[in-house]
Ligand binder design. Structure first.
Ligand code: MF3
Ligand code: CO
Length: 254
């Protein structure tokens, strides 16, 4: 296994890829509403990505049939958009998107509520997002991947939620998935030492109930084993001299 180190020029390209993707998420977040289908979201997302002259990197990746992964309620990740699934008041919807700009990939996910959602659902969304920020407090040269994972897991579990074990984050660059694997939970092995120029997709998947998941028969959609809610939050980051830079977040976001 080898982790690619990007120079300043490559980071600049990844920064642009990241900022364009942040705009895609911003637009989708504004548009999402009751009565839309999950396919509507995919169509809109692909249209925005292409309007930037970029290519959706999920489309046809290992046969995945869409540009945006749309996962509703008990669906954790990789939901397949369909014109049969209408968003309803009270749903929570995770949108995972990525694009390629001048050969460089970006990858990010957000979870939104549709209309009025329960207090518990809102707390799950908030804790999932905050767990990302708790994790990246440890994203700096000299620390190890496990330090990020511990930050995420400790925070999410203290809030009473659980961290999905079967899926992980990943390195990213000229490919969507590069080394290393980045678990959101503590393993015995501490994982790679962080170094300036690494670019990583950190993506906590947090469940309301058990961390156990199932795959549906479409071989993509991951759902919670107990049918309870799940949320997903992801950004592509770059390790810097003394910390990290979030590439897929607009300056005015947060
Ligand atoms: N963020 C997801 C991941 O890192 C999205 C890729 S799924 C696929 O695995 F649709 F592209 F396959
Ligand atoms: Co990812």
């Amino acid at each position: 296994m080898s982790i690619s180190i990007k120079n300043e020029k490559e980071i600049e390209l990844m920064r642009t890829a990241g900022q364009l993707l942040a705009k895609v998420h911003y637009e989708l977040g504004r548009e999402i509403k009751e009565g839309m289908t999950t396919k509507d979201i995919d169509r809109l997302g692909e249209e925005i990505i292409r309007s930037f002259g970029c290519v959706p990197n999920f489309l046809n990746y290992n046969g995945y049939p869409a540009s945006i992964c749309v996962s509703v309620n008990n669906e954790v990740v990789h939901g397949i958009p369909t014109d049969k699934r209408y968003l309803q008041n009270g749903d929570i919807v995770s949108l995972d998107a990525g694009l390629i700009y001048k050969g460089y990939h970006s990858d990010a996910a957000r979870t939104h509520g549709v209309g009025e959602i329960s207090a518990k659902a809102q707390r799950l969304i908030d804790v999932t997002k905050q767990s990302f920020f708790e994790g990246i407090k440890f994203a700096k040269p000299g620390n190890h991947l496990v330090d990020i994972a511990r930050g995420i897991q400790t925070y999410a579990e203290k809030a009473g939620f659980s961290v999905v074990r079967d899926l992980v984050g990943h390195g990213i660059g000229t490919s969507l998935h590069e080394d290393p694997e980045i678990p959101n939970f503590v393993r015995r092995r501490r994982g790679a030492k962080l170094q300036k120029g690494m670019t990583l997709a950190i993506e906590p998947m947090i469940n309301e109930g058990t961390y156990d998941v199932w795959w549906l028969e479409d071989d993509w959609t991951v759902v919670t084993r107990d049918g309870k809610l799940a949320a997903h939050y992801e950004n592509t980051i770059a390790i810097t001299e003394d910390g990290c830079e979030i590439l897929t977040m607009l300056p005015e976001e947060k």
